[in-house]
Design a protein around this ligand. Structure first.
Ligand SMILES: Nc1ncnc2c1ncn2[C@@H]1O[C@H](COP(=O)(O)OP(=O)(O)OP(=O)(O)O)[C@@H](O)[C@H]1O
Length: 470
């Protein structure tokens, strides 16, 4: 039974897949309650550390208090006080405690300092933002403006965020923007791709290592968590993190300290974590590939970015945005070479199904800028597979029509499943066809497809395509 009645931890409530309400959980601490020198502090993070040294969230000048004395941890529905071993102890109602649930209004005694704890809840309706921009992210669809509405509230907090979405939907740019719109914007934003580093090196990359702790560790090195101190760490492809390493990450999140490989000393870190994955983490938990406790600890705020196919009304705005951003579209004096897209070009871009999402759109606009001969982008400046007019690549669309599961089969499925089935079959055939044409050369095939090589590889993995098959 939660101690705080109907209150809930910081979370977004979804109804029919749409974000409806945002519960922001905060904790208020009164230091020296009732005394003239009473001090009030409000926190939105899920661990609040208390001690005498400056890296604590609550710094207390009291010689009976330890350097890192105790911490208050937000559990799913409750707050828990943890004192793992301070010298003079933490007391509630005169009883020394190591771990205890905190009820609202309760006073804890830390050394000779009293602290009163009260949870504070803010419930807000998620309303689509009026703005079509959040930092460097643009979007006018309701789905995107709803996300902007959430971000306006949660970016300034320290809440951990998990961003889910297909490849190229903008997960990294969202993470960076959340950091830039937070109070941590002056501190480092560190990116780590859990899928790009060999498993054996991930621990030392993230947490650092001591000299000689393993073959090749010739110097002591700080890990990325220490480097991100005061700022944000972005863990991309979190779903790739092995089950062995997941408890180590959980430990850092819960205890807010890291231990370098080969060291038995912990270093406190103050880092906001934003993680992204193109897998559905809930399904990964059900399949036993992702730890449930880590999932709950991380997904304080969980955002799902819609694919570009689901928000085609954003395409004109995105095209305009990229025309203004891309270096290739700038003349000697910084003027834009292509200023706009013609209605026919926009219509073609809107009809296409965008397996590579926004990243693929960026590539297409970039390519069109180098093809365009006037200041308006025309359908001729777009790749044939987008306008549906080209010779061989036209076959990608035909292939999808021909090889996709039969229409009769598809109409038996719910719309969403049928659509996914159809797109998946298109992706598989398209990639296979291009690889065949380029004798298994991924660079050439991805260039012809006009999609990023990294994304091309991901599609190969997704569909179990190996160049040996070609
Ligand atoms: N809404 C948006 N507004 C402006 N630019 C965007 C938007 N969404 C994505 N982009 C741009 O699209 C490109 C791809 O985005 P990003 O790399 O963030 O995707 P991702 O989901 O992290 O991809 P991956 O899963 O492959 O790592 C970037 O150039 C990014 O700036």
């Amino acid at each position: 039974m939660p101690l705080y009645g109907k209150s809930q931890p910081t979370k977004i409530a979804y109804v029919d897949g749409r974000p409806k309400t945002l519960h922001l959980r905060k904790a208020r601490l009164l230091i020296h309650p009732g005394l003239p020198k009473q001090r009030e502090l409000v926190f939105d993070q899920n661990v609040i550390s208390i001690g005498t040294v400056a890296d604590n969230d609550v710094v207390i000048e009291d010689e009976t208090v330890s350097r890192h004395h105790c911490r208050i941890v937000q559990e799913d529905d409750d707050y828990v006080l943890v004192d793992p071993g301070s010298t003079n102890g933490t007391f509630i109602n005169g009883v020394r405690i190591r771990e205890a649930f905190l009820a609202p209004g309760l006073i804890l005694t830390v050394g000779s300092t009293q602290i009163q704890f009260s949870p504070m809840d803010e419930h807000v309706e998620v309303v689509p933002s009026e703005s079509e921009k959040f930092g460097s992210i643009v979007g006018r669809s309701v789905a995107m403006r709803e996300i902007f509405g959430i971000l306006e509230k949660i970016a300034p907090t320290t809440a951990t965020v998990v961003i889910e979405g297909e490849t190229g939907t903008g997960k990294e740019v969202f993470a960076k923007t959340i950091h830039q719109m937070s109070k941590r914007s002056e501190a480092p934003f560190i990116v780590f791709d859990c899928g790009a580093v060999p498993e054996s090196l991930i621990e030392s990359e993230l947490f650092g290592h001591e000299k000689g702790s393993f073959t090749g560790a010739i110097m002591t090195r700080k890990g990325l968590f220490e480097m991100a101190h005061g700022g944000t760490i972005f863990l991309d492809e979190l779903g790739e993190l092995s089950l062995d390493l997941q408890p180590k990450l959980l430990r850092v999140l819960e205890q807010r300290e890291v231990r370098r490989v080969g060291s038995n000393k912990s270093t406190p870190v103050n880092v906001r974590v934003i993680a992204a994955t193109n897998r559905n983490l809930e399904e990964e938990v059900r399949a036993g590939r992702f730890r449930e406790d880590l999932f709950y600890r991380l997904s304080v705020v969980r955002l799902t970015l819609p694919s570009l196919r689901e928000r085609v009304e954003d395409i004109p705005l995105l095209v305009k945005h990229f025309l203004g951003q891309l270096e290739i579209n700038k003349g000697a004096a910084g003027e834009l070479r292509v200023r706009q897209a013609s209605p026919a070009a926009l219509a073609a871009l809107t009809r296409y199904t965008w397996p590579g999402n926004v990243r693929e759109l960026v590539n297409v606009v970039e390519r069109a800028c180098s093809f365009a001969e006037a200041d308006t982008m025309q359908p001729d400046d777009l790749p044939d597979y987008i306008t549906g007019s080209g010779e061989p690549l036209r076959s990608s669309q035909e292939m999808a029509m021909i090889d996709a599961p039969g229409r009769d089969q598809l109409v038996e499925l719910p719309f969403k499943d049928a659509k996914e089935e159809w797109i998946s079959s298109f992706e598989r055939d398209y990639i296979l066809e291009l690889l065949k044409r380029h004798h298994g050369n991924i660079s050439q095939a991805s260039r012809e497809a006009d999609i990023d090589r990294k994304y091309f590889r991901k599609l190969m993995v997704k569909h179990g395509i190996d160049t040996d098959q070609i």
